[in-house]
Design a protein around this ligand. Structure first.
Ligand code: CMC
Length: 376
């Protein structure tokens, strides 16, 4: 045939080259532009990681100060978006509202159709700055509370928690949020980044590309898994026999959310780091049973299926221990990944080729056409 083979899920296809991140699925290693994820999680900030992803090198002090100043100044939302958030159905999924609001940001962006690298980077910075404000504002509105304007006093992690809760977060909470943002910022050719690059490759603007990416992240096989993990844990009585519960699901061939990965065939390095955070935090807020369940699930999944947890498994317990509602987890994932998506957008733009794979047609051919009246 004209088609040598069909690779469903593109598992064996390398369709892009990149300098943004490297994953070794066999060893369980991840680095952003040359820096190991563990080193970044321990030492860096989300803002510094944004610079690293956009420029493929770490900033000097002045460059980081400048980026921080721009990210801070750009945190406000246009009135049109605030009005939308105020009028959105409070029962809507945060990911759906985020997708619409991010798309609306294009309306107010004077450079929306400006396709140069420089203009696309400026738009990327604005998108990264405004996404946390959108998520926090919708959460306030749907809970019948006033929208809190950004304090602009501190980091994205700090201001997000401030806008969400209406009070300044402590150092520990701010650092935990920063680590969550760092560990979710970038991850190779995942489904939403592929979506983002495919949209970019048609030479559509960055707002179009990240709006599509948010749609892709939402599904439970991708970013939606973190919300699904907590919904599962929350649905159980604290005296549930968790091992029997998981075994029952496996017997029924149900997937356990937060486990398995297309690339990692061992422990996801991000999960390793978040596991430690989950352990500490759940203890602090008297929710240790969640962490104990998680460890029991990890053990039974290893024994029964030889499958390890991914980033979404322990992050769910970390968010929950911080008092954040489960349906916001995927939106927070999007707020972090905005940096990775936009970095890939810039990279694609710099070396573009239309993404256009082929299709193996399996339907009928050469059928005779009859007018509708004569069809039975
Ligand atoms: N629970 C139970 N069995 C699983 C799971 C799971 N979570 N993941 C994979 N398996 C089994 C699967 O049933 C199959 O078994 P068998 O060969 O007996 O049919 C085998 O492992 C291979 O799995 P696969 O579905 O072919 O693997 P894939 O590469 O297509 O899927 C995945 C990767 C992430 C979609 C899948 O592992 C999954 O659905 N996991 C649960 C959802 C999840 O946690 N997603 C987050 C991914 S990481 C963060 C992100 O990117 O957002």
């Amino acid at each position: 045939s004209q088609y040598p083979y069909l690779d469903k899920g593109l598992e064996g296809i390398v369709a892009f080259s990149s300098r943004k991140s490297k994953i070794d699925g066999a060893k369980g290693e991840l680095s952003y532009a040359g820096y190991d994820i563990d080193t970044l999680a321990r030492n860096s900030t989300f803002e510094e990681v944004c610079f690293l992803l956009w420029h493929e090198r770490l900033p000097n002090k002045q460059e980081l100060d400048e980026l921080n100043a721009t990210l801070t100044a750009e945190r406000d939302l246009p009135e049109t978006v605030l009005n939308y958030l105020r009028s959105a159905n409070p029962k809507s999924e945060p990911m759906a509202v985020l997708r619409t609001a991010v798309s609306m940001l294009a309306d107010d962006d004077e450079e929306v159709l400006e396709m140069s690298h420089e203009a696309s980077l400026r738009k990327s910075i604005r998108l990264t700055a405004k996404t946390p404000t959108i998520i926090a504002a919708f959460d306030r509105v749907r809970n019948g509370k006033e929208i809190v304007a950004p304090s602009k006093k501190n980091s994205i992690a700090f201001d997000f928690l401030y806008m969400l809760n209406g009070e300044e977060p402590g150092e520990n909470a701010t650092r935990t949020m920063d680590v969550l943002l760092i560990t979710h910022a970038e991850h190779g050719m995942n489904a939403s980044t592929f979506t983002c690059r495919s949209i970019c490759a048609t030479l559509a603007d960055v707002h179009a590309a990240v709006t599509g990416a948010i749609g892709s992240l939402k599904g439970p096989l991708h970013g939606g898994a973190n919300t699904a993990v907590m919904n599962m844990l929350k649905s159980l009585d604290p005296d549930t026999d968790i091992v029997a519960f998981i075994k029952g699901k496996l017997e029924r061939k149900e997937k356990i959310m937060g486990f398995g990965h297309r690339v990692y065939k061992t422990y996801d390095p991000r999960a390793k780091f978040l596991r430690l955070l989950a352990q500490d935090l759940s203890k602090e807020v008297d929710m240790e049973y969640l962490y104990e369940w998680s460890e029991a699930i990890v053990k039974v999944m290893k024994e029964e299926k030889n499958i390890d947890p991914n980033v979404d498994f322990f992050s769910a317990t970390v968010y929950y221990s911080m008092g954040i509602e489960p349906d916001l987890y995927t939106a927070i994932f999007a707020m972090a990944r905005m940096s990775g998506w936009t970095a890939h957008y810039l990279e694609q733009l710099g070396n573009n080729r239309l993404i256009r794979p082929r299709l193996l047609y399996l339907g009928e051919t050469d059928l005779e056409y009859f007018p509708v009246e004569s069809r039975s």
